[in-house]
Each structure stands twice: as C-alpha cells, then as structure tokens.
Design a protein around this ligand. Structure first.
Ligand SMILES: C[S@@+](CC[C@H](N)C(=O)[O-])C[C@H]1O[C@@H](n2cnc3c(N)ncnc32)[C@H](O)[C@@H]1O
Length: 202
C-alpha cells in the first residue's frame, strides 16, 4: 500500500479513521484482477482528501481503472488544489443533490459501467443505500460509512475505541440486503473503520 494517511491532509482532514484506507487496501489485495472494480463512485466528497487518498490507492492496485466519480452538493468544502489533484489522477468531481437531481445520473452510471464500487458517505446513509442498491450488478460492491451491523456491536466494539458516529445498521437496509443478494464482507478493518462492505452475488 502506498503511504497514504491523514498526514497527506495538511489543511483539513478527511472524515475517516486510520483503519479506512487499510480496509480498502486489504480488500483490493484479496481480489483477483477480474474481481477488482473498473469504476468507483463515491457519494459524499466533503474536503475531497479521502477521495484523493482512495483514488491514489485504487490507481496503485488498478492502473487501468476506468473511472472515479465523487459527488457532493457542497464542493466549496474542497480546496482548489485537492480538486486539481483528483482530476490529475483521472477522477471527476460532480456537484449536486444526489438524492434528487443526480439520482438518475448515478443509477445510469452504476448500470452502464463495468464492475462498480459504490461508496455511500452522504448525509443520509440509509436512504442512499436503499436508493442505489437496486442498480448494482452481480460482482459490484456497495460500502456505507458510520456503520455497524447492530447498535449492540457499535456500543460494545466500536464506540470509544475506533469511531463515535453511528448512522446506519443492518435493520433499515435488511430489505435491500436480501432483495438484491448482498453478502457482507467480514473484515475487522472494515468494522474498526465503521464501514459496512457488501458484494452483490455474482
Ligand atoms: C460525512 S461527509 C463526507 C465525508 C467524506 N467522505 C470524507 O471521508 O471526508 C458527507 C457529505 O455529504 C454531503 N451531502 C449531504 N447531503 C447531500 C446530498 N443530498 N447530495 C449530495 N451531497 C450531500 C455533505 O455536503 C458532506 O460533504
């Protein structure tokens, strides 16, 4: 893994703990080239510093990555240099409300791209997960932040140790998990990072 940490973020930090990038790194390592993503869609850019770190990590593992999109309705949170760096690495920064104006654009993107990773870190995790999960194709992955499988797991294993924000558990996304054949990726790094990771059965 390239050395990518919060230290890459001199002005403002990204809203992740230090387990997030290693979790994605380990997953990429564990996948064969045929299973790795061709397109990555991040919902919730904020400062863009996590987008940039993730994009560098993806390029390290997948030099042929087709596309990387990051969406936010308030890209003013991003330094101009960060946006430039994302674009220099082949990423696209898109502005708009993902739950309204951009819903069709994002669902088309999921449907029409090769293997997709969809990262949900927007303001309404449950809504975006349930809204976009139905467009996933077999072999695609969906991730959601500020997650624990249950409140009990969050209180026992995560709060006060790794992350203090819980916005989504399996309960309100259970319908999508079952209806769209999503299998959880069990990895302690994802749990410590407070990211849920699911793969749609091939
Ligand atoms: C938790 S922050 C993202 C953090 C970022 N992924 C990181 O790691 O630093 C959530 C972002 O979602 C954006 N957001 C909230 N509601 C949105 C919406 N309906 N459409 C697009 N972006 C939205 C906010 O502006 C905010 O920047």
């Amino acid at each position: 893994m390239p050395t990518l940490t919060q230290a890459d973020a001199p002005v403002s930090k990204y809203q992740q703990n230090d387990h997030a990038l290693p979790a994605f790194d380990r997953l990429l390592e564990s996948l064969s080239p045929e299973e790795r993503p061709e397109s990555v869609i991040e919902l919730g850019t904020a400062s863009g510093l996590f987008s940039l770190a993730l994009l560098k990590l993806l390029r390290h593992h997948i030099p042929t990555l087709d596309s990387f999109y990051t969406f936010d309705n308030a890209v003013r949170k991003m330094e101009f240099e960060t946006r430039l760096a994302i674009e220099e690495h082949g990423g696209s920064v898109k502005t708009g409300d993902i739950l309204k104006d951009l819903e069709g654009f994002i669902s088309d993107l999921i449907e029409s791209s090769g293997r997709v990773w969809l990262l949900c870190d927007n303001g309404d995790k449950i809504r975006e997960f349930n809204m976009f999960a139905e467009w996933l194709k077999p072999g695609d992955f969906i991730f959601t932040h500020d997650y624990a499988p249950t409140e009990e797991v969050f209180e026992k294993e995560i709060r006060g140790k790794y992350w203090n924000c819980l916005e989504i558990t399996d309960g309100p996304i259970q319908y999508s998990i079952e209806a769209y054949n999503l299998t959880p990726i069990k990895d302690s790094h994802f749990q410590k990072a407070a990211w849920g990771a699911f793969r749609k059965k091939a």
